[in-house]
Design a protein around this ligand. Structure first.
Ligand code: ADP
Length: 272
């Protein structure tokens, strides 16, 4: 499903000494079926943006639409909830059932799936995250590796078959192999299911190699938006806006030497 944000601002703790404008007049269109990376420093507004898309918060001003539906339309709410799945940071911390199967079935149970549909959805989701049902369904999620636990948590969200999947720092805390595996899994998942996929990352090089679009947030505004190549070509704009990206000079040097991505992109990560 397409996602539209029109003139969206979010102000937290309005009319208090702690008032904070987290997003400032954002206009965005995230086309259906694409992979979009949202990148920016801590505090740039990434979490606020994905919470808006997932309907967990509402804009202070402006509109957020999923397809034709507006989150503020109460009649559309039940339908919208089924369309957008969000995987929070360290989702494995939310695993709680005694078996993998029960944990993954939790979402579909809440969305009115029958028992047969639920089993089918769990099997399908486990296959998609590459945890074969026969091998993992009856195990305790707590005895799995970090990467496997994360897959269980992702399966729990995709099991209710959302059309939009949002992942907040899906590789956080994993070792380099775990990181690589999780991104491989996400891209394969996208190829198979064609969900509109949104990945929040603080690292350009993590997502730039496979995302269709990048959105670079800076102090609550969209600084850059477009294909990785387009974003990558606007280093000047990043500089003009004094975006504090370590090694940016190195990146520009590489650009001047006409070394093409993905090599320079790895110099473009925003360390937190
Ligand atoms: P990011 O995910 O990029 O780190 P956030 O969307 O979490 O950015 O935060 C954007 C700004 O809004 C930050 O200055 C943050 O401190 C502030 N903020 C976020 N959530 C709240 C909240 N619930 N109450 C008050 N301020 C908040």
């Amino acid at each position: 499903m397409d996602i539209y944000l029109k003139k969206v601002s979010v102000t937290y703790m309005k009319n208090t000494p702690f008032e904070k404008k987290a997003l400032d007049n954002i206009n965005l269109h995230i086309p259906k079926g694409t992979i979009t990376g949202i990148i920016g420093h801590t505090g740039s507004g990434k979490s606020t943006l994905i919470q808006l898309i997932a309907g967990l918060i509402h804009p202070s001003t402006g509109t957020v639409k999923i397809g034709e539906m507006d989150w503020k339309n109460k009649k559309a709410l039940a339908e919208l909830r089924k369309q957008v799945g969000i995987v929070f940071q360290y989702p494995e911390h939310q695993l709680f059932e005694e078996t993998v199967e029960k944990d993954i079935a939790f979402g579909p149970s809440n969305y009115g799936f029958t028992e047969v549909e639920r089993l089918e959805a769990v099997k399908e989701a486990m296959e998609l995250v590459k945890l074969p049902y026969e091998k993992f369904a009856h195990r305790s999620p707590f005895e799995l590796s970090g990467g496997q636990k994360r897959r269980v948590a992702i399966a729990g969200v995709i099991a209710f078959r959302p059309k939009i999947l949002i992942l907040d720092e899906p590789s956080a805390g994993l070792d380099p192999i775990g990181k690589k595996d999780i991104f491989k899994m996400i891209t394969e998942l996208h190829q198979k299911q064609n969900m509109t996929t949104i990945i929040v990352s603080h690292s350009m090089d993590e997502v730039a190699n496979f995302a269709d679009n990048l959105i670079v947030l800076n102090q609550g505004k969209v600084l850059l938006e477009g294909t990785p190549q387009k974003v990558f070509n606007r280093v000047d704009l990043l500089q003009e806006n004094n975006l504090d990206i370590p090694e940016i000079t190195k990146l520009i040097k590489l650009l001047n030497q006409k070394i093409t991505p993905p090599i320079p992109l790895s110099c473009f990560s925003i360390d937190e």
